[in-house]
Design a protein around this ligand. Structure first.
Ligand SMILES: Cc1cc2nc3c(=O)[nH]c(=O)nc-3n(C[C@H](O)[C@H](O)[C@H](O)COP(=O)(O)OP(=O)(O)OC[C@H]3O[C@@H](n4cnc5c(N)ncnc54)[C@H](O)[C@@H]3O)c2cc1C
Ligand code: FES
Length: 265
């Protein structure tokens, strides 16, 4: 079966209806949306701008990575961090949503047979679809980092979706004590590709995997978004190879493309 990986579809605006909204721990939600029209399949790391239909405060949709993308159904996992995500979290089944996507490039299908996924908290979202899309073709290991106590419902949910996921926590209460970068660096080497998603400080550190002979290190960046389709420049970053728009040139970049020298924007 064609997984759709590495073949991003073009973004379009669609109406959707909230199927369910479930709490995954204190501040996180897993939602499913039924679309009025089928969307192109999205590659892991592609995202949608999501907002309540017909509500203009806040004005802009919030970028969320699709965790499951199938024909007329999308799923998302998000943390409530501010006004936009609070509004989304308050909606009940049947609520109408506006979704623009799939936006961005997404992670291309891995070249090798061994893939390491490294996520900081909600950075796991784009990888949930990847694990099922890759199936048995690729040997996938997933590493997740969380602060610790209080994150049990979230890590249990992730363990259910990705059996065998390696947990790391700052306080040592969940899995290994420490950060996911150090854990992942014990696993990298020639023949391995690494994908990272999470806080930028974590992504920066993942470049050390290249020093350990890793074939390819790809990272998914986060920036505030306006249009999501390359027109407003609000997501621009300065890289060693010039200005890039995270929404269309990314959000997935080769680590060297953005961290070849300090990232400024
Ligand atoms: C490509 C992409 C995919 C994403 N996928 C997910 C996902 O699957 N799940 C998830 O929980 N979050 C994801 N995010 C982050 C999510 O978009 C932000 O948390 C959200 O837009 C915050 O909106 P808000 O109105 O709730 O918060 P605001 O009130 O706008 O801001 C609250 C806080 O969040 C920070 N913030 C706002 N927007 C962003 C942003 N785009 N990136 C980083 N920090 C931000 C602000 O600086 C502020 O500190 C993604 C971001 C991008 C760019
Ligand atoms: S969000 Fe408008 S150019 Fe990227």
């Amino acid at each position: 079966m064609d997984s759709g990986m590495g073949k991003p579809g073009s973004p379009a605006d669609r109406k959707g209806s909230l199927v369910f909204s479930r709490k995954v721990g204190e501040n996180c939600r897993h939602i499913a949306v039924e679309l009025s029209e089928a969307t192109a399949p999205s590659a892991p790391g592609q995202f949608f701008l999501v907002r309540e239909w017909g509500v203009f405060d806040p004005l802009l949709g919030r970028p969320l990575a699709s965790t499951v993308s199938g024909n007329c159904r999308l799923e998302f996992l998000f943390q409530v961090t501010g006004r936009g995500t609070s509004r989304l979290a308050s909606l009940t089944p049947g609520a109408a949503l506006e979704l623009r996507g799939p936006c961005g490039n997404g992670f291309p299908a891995p070249v090798g047979e061994k893939l390491l996924l490294v996520a900081g908290t909600l950075g796991i979202a784009p990888f949930l679809g990847a694990v099922s899309a890759l199936g048995e073709k690729v040997d996938v290991t997933a590493v997740l980092g969380v602060p610790g106590r209080g994150w049990e419902p979230f890590t249990e949910w992730c363990e259910d979706k990705i059996p065998g996921i390696r947990l790391n926590s700052d306080d040592g209460s969940l899995g290994r004590r420490g950060d996911p970068v150090e854990d992942s660096l014990t696993l990298v080497g020639p023949g391995r590709e690494l994908w990272g998603c999470g806080p930028e400080a974590m992504l920066r550190e993942l470049g050390r995997a290249y020093e350990k002979g890793c074939e390819k290190v790809l990272v998914s960046l986060e920036r505030r978004m306006g249009c999501g389709i390359g027109g407003c420049l609000s997501c621009s970053i300065t890289t060693p190879s010039g200005m890039k728009r995270v929404c269309v040139d990314g959000p997935v970049f080769d680590w060297r493309e953005v961290f070849g020298e300090p990232l400024r924007n």
